[in-house]
Unconditional design. Structure first.
Length: 347
């Protein structure tokens, strides 16, 4: 029997430092998130970061926490339940970090008699610290705990035409009634070295402004190229004016060069250049979470308005939109009815 495991990032069990600390420990000790040698990663995470970050992060989580619980978890559960109603095979949900693990999701499917699993990392773009770590963790768990289960992974879908249509429609709805003069596509940031590490050619990704525009096999695992490609395809789909659209990257750790331009710098730059009515989209996430609800919707607005902005709107992620649910169900049906996956990536 076939089944599906949807996997999202995960969340602390509560917005308290006590629960945030073990969550951050698991997240930051992942070698694909902080890719330093284990001894150095341990020193940085457990000796420095976890001494202060849990309290700060807990305050941020409290600002966005819903009565039912973590927004990311609640949204992911709602999405799973809607998808289940649209397909004829079992669907389970797992989280890369925190409660509701990948192992629990696979166990749920095995208990239902599933032997072939479609693994769906809920990330449109390929990155070491998101898509790749989900796949690697799932393969490790499958090999050690569920050797009788066969895993197939849904490819990154950042440029799939059906996905672009759903994303574009959601953005168009979000822009209705908002007289914007600029639209900022803010993607989650990663260190520049992750781009180079993910380059199978070991020479193409120079992050020089040209490599992302030059066709290469490296684009299949280049997060930067994929983010810019998503922006370009949505811009074309919505017929957005060239000078009213830009791309930036949010969330970074000090000490290393991360992908630029930085979103917080863009808030200041755009406002000073007279772009005072800003709409912000966060397409690296399919579910609203701390990085979208607190960092962009709350902190971002404050930063932009302080820099001279006059109007600001954060457009929600796809979350559990019916057209997004329908598209995921379509992909699942294509896989469950055939031996191969649907063609999801475009160059």
């Amino acid at each position: 029997m076939k089944g599906v495991l949807l996997v999202n990032l995960g969340s602390p069990d509560s917005p308290t430092a006590r629960d945030v600390k073990p969550y951050l420990d698991e997240f930051l000790m992942d070698e694909r998130v902080i890719d330093a040698p284990k001894w150095l990663r341990t020193l940085l995470v457990r000796g420095i970061i976890l001494q202060t970050r849990p309290k700060k992060s807990a305050k941020a989580y409290k600002k966005i926490w819903w009565e039912e619980g973590s927004p990311l978890i609640i949204i992911s559960e709602r999405f799973k339940e809607k998808v289940k109603k649209e397909v004829s095979i079992p669907v389970a949900l797992g989280m890369r970090y925190g409660s509701g693990s990948i192992e629990q999701g696979l166990q749920e499917l095995q208990d239902k008699g599933v032997s072939q699993v479609l693994l769906v990392p809920l990330y449109p773009h390929y990155a070491m610290s998101s898509y790749e770590t989900v796949v690697v963790k799932a393969m490790e768990v499958q090999a050690s705990k569920f050797p009788e289960i066969n895993l197939t992974t849904l490819p990154a879908f950042y440029s799939n035409p059906d996905y672009i249509k759903v994303l574009s429609d959601s953005i168009a709805e979000g822009l209705q009634g908002f007289d914007y003069d600029h639209v900022l596509f803010s993607y989650h940031g990663i260190p520049e070295r992750h781009i180079r590490k993910s380059d199978p050619t070991r020479y193409h990704c120079k992050i020089d402004g040209q490599c992302c525009k030059t066709n290469s096999v490296a684009h299949h695992t280049c997060y930067r190229h994929q983010c810019y490609d998503t922006t370009e395809k949505v811009k074309k789909a919505l017929n957005l004016e060239e000078d009213k659209v830009s791309t930036s990257f949010q969330s970074r750790l000090a000490g290393d060069p991360w992908l630029k331009p930085y979103t917080d710098y863009e808030f200041e730059r755009l406002a000073k250049e007279g772009k005072t009515r800003l709409a912000v989209i966060t397409p690296a996430f399919v579910s609203d979470c701390l990085e979208t609800l607190e960092e962009i919707a709350m902190e971002g607005e404050e930063e932009f308005m302080e820099a001279g902005g006059t109007a600001y709107k954060h457009i929600s992620c796809l979350n559990d939109r019916d057209d997004w649910v329908g598209l995921m169900a379509k992909w699942i049906d294509q896989w469950s009815q055939k031996e191969s996956l649907p063609e999801l990536t475009v160059r």
